[in-house]
Design a protein around this ligand. Structure first.
Ligand code: GUN
Ligand code: ZN
Length: 431
């Protein structure tokens, strides 16, 4: 067989549609085989059907008793906030002042940035996250450090320089050059290997109108880049934006007026959006990054999945580390489930696994590239162990359905559930 062909025998789960709207949304192979060639998926299906297609001397890694899914995709987090995770504060705005800005200041030092990026990537891979959409700081060197670390590991990552030119400390303020620096970083990093760039205005209160205008021009000039920002996270923040932009219909409308809503625009939080806002999200092809561990930690509020689904808004899940309290997308599902319950709705585990894989890929305009085990997709996948802890082993010995298995992973799982992580067909984490 070609040197680069590998095969894995395990249970396989992946999606081709959204289980909230489509009954036959997923493929499940209890005794499955995943065949990888040149870093891409060649085939995924039943072992009995695919094993005969393998070359006679092909080695099959026997991972029976484990579950392979596409690698998790975290659509919102901040690598510079790694060291301040779990910092106590009564809400978003004091948390930013007290912890976030001083912590981000240290990323003017490229050595500190690089060391933090390495730890951050290790932690993502331990948790089975193979793609993340990442905020850096205002310092261009923080972006270089992140992409250099990611490129060295050949990971599919999205990141960008924070843009911020008011209502922030002087030591983190963009002068004239913020948008120009972003353009240079796009030219340097966007689509270099597996790296992708996200234009990153922090949030409406920290950019002048001039910066938002220039940011939107940049986003038009580079239509296949990402845009990431925060919207309607916290009531005090929403009130502040209302005062800064009295002419806008809503907080989200500030971004729309400046031309910042489009496909590949990812809006973190989206808690206090109304029906009209969700309709605008859907109409413009923008996507929400829902961050439940962060929203519960800061007391920001509860995302309304039913309202978002009513408008068919593109959805995905984010950890929002360092306001988020875990790097694990399984822990993030755990909290998402409870948020949905508190809003009187219900999130099946199947839907949560969709949101953390194909749903995120769709939200990012990367379907066909990541988030799936379909032929031709990049071979980014995780091997999950249902017996990772004594309690998990005890619970998963009693299963009556796939939903129960996934629910056990979502409610009881964390980094310990991740036996191995593969990126572009290469083993990048094992325990
Ligand atoms: N809003 C503006 N900046 C931030 C940030 O760093 N974290 C969170 N959670 N919200 C923000
Ligand atoms: Zn954030």
């Amino acid at each position: 067989p070609p040197q680069t062909m590998q095969a894995y025998r395990a249970s396989l789960l992946h999606f081709h549609a959204d289980p909230a709207f489509d009954e036959k949304a997923y493929a499940w192979h209890e005794d499955g085989l995943l065949i990888v060639e040149d870093g891409k998926v060649k085939a995924a299906g039943d072992y009995a059907a695919l094993a005969p297609t393998l070359p006679p001397n092909a080695a099959v890694q026997d991972m029976r008793g484990h579950l392979i899914t596409p690698g998790f995709i975290d659509t919102h987090l901040h690598y510079p906030q790694t060291d301040m995770i779990a910092s106590p504060s009564p809400g978003l705005l004091p948390w930013l002042e007290t912890y976030t800005f001083p912590t981000e200041r240290r990323f003017e030092d490229p050595a500190h940035a690089r060391a933090t990026a390495e730890f951050f990537l290790d932690e993502l891979l331990r948790c089975g996250t193979t793609t993340a959409v990442v905020y850096c700081t205002v310092h261009p060197q923080s972006v270089d450090a992140f992409f250099e670390a990611s490129e060295a590991r050949n990971l599919r990552m999205v990141a960008g320089k924070v843009l911020m030119d008011r209502h922030c400390p002087d030591f983190l303020r963009d002068l004239e050059g913020g948008v120009g620096d972003s353009a240079a970083l796009i030219d340097k990093w966007h689509k270099r290997g597996r790296q992708l760039y996200a234009i990153t205005p922090r949030f409406a209160p920290t950019s002048t109108d001039a910066q938002l205008r220039a940011t939107a021009e940049l986003a038009k000039a580079y239509p296949d880049t990402f845009i990431q920002t925060h919207v309607s996270e916290n009531k005090d923040e929403c009130k502040w934006v209302g005062e800064l932009h009295p002419q806008a219909r809503s907080y989200l409308d500030v971004y729309e007026r400046f031309g910042l809503m489009r496909p590949r625009a990812l809006f973190g939080h989206c808690i206090w959006l109304d029906d009209e806002d969700f309709a605008r999200m859907a109409a413009t092809g923008s996507a929400a990054a829902v961050c439940p561990t962060s929203n519960l930690f800061l007391g920001s509020g509860l995302f309304d999945f039913e309202k978002a689904d009513g408008a068919r808004t593109l959805l995905s899940l984010g950890t929002d580390v360092g306001a988020g309290t875990s790097f694990s997308m399984l822990q993030t599902m755990n909290e998402a489930y409870k948020v949905a319950r508190l809003k009187g709705s219900y999130l099946p585990a199947l839907r949560m696994f969709y949101l953390a894989t194909l749903g995120a890929a769709r939200a990012m305009g990367l379907e066909g590239t990541i988030g799936s085990l379909a032929p031709g997709a990049e071979a980014d996948f995780v091997v999950l162990d249902p017996k990772a802890t004594p309690l998990m082993a005890r619970r998963t010995a009693q299963l009556e359905s796939l939903e129960e298995l996934l629910f056990a992973f979502a409610l009881l799982g964390d980094d310990r559930s991740v036996k191995a992580t593969y990126s572009a067909g290469k083993l990048v984490h094992t325990r």
